[in-house]
Design a protein around this ligand. Structure first.
Ligand SMILES: [Zn+2]
Length: 232
């Protein structure tokens, strides 16, 4: 079947393919054509990583398919090595985001006890926010994104991995360590993360764009409301 989750995908039509290229000899590579649409299954194989990055930033669905199905080895994903590394980076960047937001509320000098208080609040924000985010995504994906073939168990793992990896826009928060930006920039980065999540969900679930947008909006909204609820 063309939609086998464990196979590589054609970046144009999403049809499953066993091979993306044939290596006749070192340096002599032939890109395989898709059986379904007859175009080259994944032209990104021959591209520089910068081209892939630019297309990801431009939200090109083909680049997301390449990243989520063809670039990342599914065996690595099953060993959970990459998932843990990206998951930890996701949480650390999230912690940094909450720290920026909390510090923007605080005035000039801070005592030791107020610093401890902020750390506790950041920890609470990360736990409550992300638990709500994961629960909302899990429920919404079951309700809105269930494909006609049914959601495979592996598919959920792939789904959450896609959410984590497509949140790479959070890395731009690091720029705020170097340059001073007004705090609304954090929310602009949030918008880019949300848009990137929508494309990743679209690629993974093949659901309608409106359902992907709705799922992402509700999940991010639940995360935002949960942290506001625990705010004093
Ligand atoms: Zn194709």
């Amino acid at each position: 079947m063309g939609r086998d989750i464990n196979r590589n995908r054609c970046v144009q039509c999403g049809f499953g393919t066993n091979q993306l290229f044939l290596l006749y000899s070192p340096g002599n590579m032939h890109l395989v054509k898709c059986d379904n649409c007859k175009s080259v299954a994944d032209e990104y194989i021959e591209c520089e990583i910068m081209i892939v990055l630019i297309d990801l930033i431009l939200f090109k669905r083909q680049a997301y398919t390449h990243l989520l199905y063809n670039l990342i080895d599914t065996d690595c994903l099953s060993r959970q090595d990459l998932a843990w590394k990206f998951g930890l980076s996701f949480l650390l960047l999230d912690a940094y985001r909450y720290m920026l937001l909390r510090l923007s509320e605080k005035q000039s000098y801070m005592t030791f006890s107020s610093t401890i208080g902020i750390c506790q609040k950041i920890l609470m924000d990360i736990c409550v926010g992300n638990i709500m985010f994961i629960c909302a995504l899990h429920i919404l994906s079951r309700v809105f994104l269930r494909s006609s073939a049914g959601v495979h168990k592996y598919r959920y793992k792939h789904f959450f991995f896609a959410i984590i990896i497509s949140s790479y826009f959070k890395i731009f928060l690091v720029c705020m360590m170097i340059w001073e930006f007004p705090s609304p920039v954090i929310f602009i980065i949030d918008l880019f993360v949300l848009s990137s999540n929508v494309i990743a969900i679209k690629v993974i679930t093949e659901s309608a764009v409106s359902r992907c947008v709705g799922t992402c909006l509700c999940a991010h909204g639940a995360k935002f409301l949960a942290t506001k609820l625990f705010e004093k």
